[in-house]
Design a protein around this ligand. Structure first.
Ligand code: NDP
Length: 315
């Protein structure tokens, strides 16, 4: 067990955490990034990225995160392969955190960039058949359903992108949405609706995932019509739940104020939380935009504010 001391402790390694680290390192704050269970964050489980500025060609999410990590290290960030399991914010700066490894981390400022995780429906069969036909990541698991029947549940950008992605592997893709209108961007909707291998089931919710967790895995979905209440079934080999994300904020329960189902509250237009020296950036605090580029911008803002906070400590 070791103690790591830094001016700037960053928890989380998505675009927000890495951008905070790049700016923090260049401001001589010698940041430490504790990377967490999924180094690189949600972009490491995506494929094509065509909306991150600066790249004329389509790039890959995992590659982009690798570049951000290397850039942060290159300018002087220390990366730690550890997951924070406990934080102590009660006594103000310096803040103390403890990793899964037993190591202790102490930072004069703390940047929380723990991001968000996929949400689940919470219906029968979902957990039991997880990894046996039920998944929350088409780009991770779609390959296993080559030539088979698959469904995606949800009506946002993620669901539509996942359905389109799955057509690389399957000729039989069904999108199941609880309303009769998609939330996804128009351009994605158009691609989805004109795709010959995708059909959409409108006004349907999944009542349960059915199959044999010990044997064949998922075999079908029990559906309920959200308008008429009628029950129906859909035979599928794979189902992808794509209904949005929940912020990773369990660590900060009763320590920092939260809103909208667990997002950390910051001062409007800033990454400052109510505790001086604690900043939140990226999806952990943003339930509106949730983009790599906005997360990166917030990471930058957190580092600039961290620098100002440290200056007040020194004076
Ligand atoms: P969203 O919150 O945008 O969409 C979630 C979808 O799931 C909605 O259609 C919602 O239905 C549905 N849903 C939610 N809960 C349930 C439930 N319990 N049962 C059934 N359906 C449910 O999440 P996304 O993950 O799609 O997107 C998150 C953010 O990331 C958005 O801002 C999006 O724009 C962005 N994004 C951008 C991408 C890009 O630019 N390329 C790619 C992916 C995401 P309803 O519509 O009825 O509320």
């Amino acid at each position: 067990m070791a103690t790591h001391r830094t001016k700037m402790l960053i928890i989380g390694s998505g675009p927000a955490g890495y951008s905070a680290a790049i700016y923090g390192a260049r401001a001589m704050m010698e940041p430490i990034v504790v990377q967490g269970l999924q180094p690189g964050g949600q972009l490491t489980i995506t494929t094509d990225v065509e909306n991150y500025p600066g790249f004329a060609d389509v790039i890959q999410g995992p590659w982009l995160m690798e570049q951000m990590q290397k850039q942060a290290e290159h300018v002087g960030t220390k990366m730690m392969w550890d997951t924070i399991v406990e934080v102590d914010l009660a006594n103000g700066s310096p803040f103390r955190a403890v990793g899964d490894s037993g190591d202790e981390y102490i930072g004069d400022v703390l940047v929380i960039a723990t991001g968000a995780q996929a949400k689940w429906l919470g219906v029968p069969g979902e957990q039991e058949l997880g990894g046996k036909g039920v998944s929350a990541c088409a780009t991770c698991d779609g390959f296993f359903y080559r030539g088979k029947k698959v469904a995606v549940i949800g009506g946002g950008n993620t669901a539509v992108e996942e359905a389109l992605y799955l057509t690389n592997h399957s000729q039989d893709v069904t999108l199941i949405h609880r309303r009769d209108e998609l939330r996804a961007e128009k351009i994605l909707q158009e691609r989805l609706l004109k795709h010959p291998n995708i059909k959409v089931l409108w006004n349907k919710s999944v009542a349960s995932f059915e199959g044999d967790a010990m044997g064949a895995g998922l075999t079908h979905l029990a559906l309920t019509d959200t308008v008429t209440g009628d029950a129906s079934t859909l035979e599928v080999d794979g189902a992808f739940v794509a209904i949005g994300h929940a912020p990773s904020t369990e660590l900060f329960k009763d320590k920092l104020p939260m809103e909208n189902g667990g997002y950390l509250v910051t001062e409007p237009g800033s990454p400052r939380t109510e505790i001086p020296g604690v900043f939140a950036a990226g999806d952990v605090t943003d339930h509106v935009y949730r983009q790599a580029v906005t997360a990166a911008g917030m990471g930058c803002m957190a580092a600039l504010d961290a620098e100002r906070f440290l200056a007040t400590l020194e004076n």
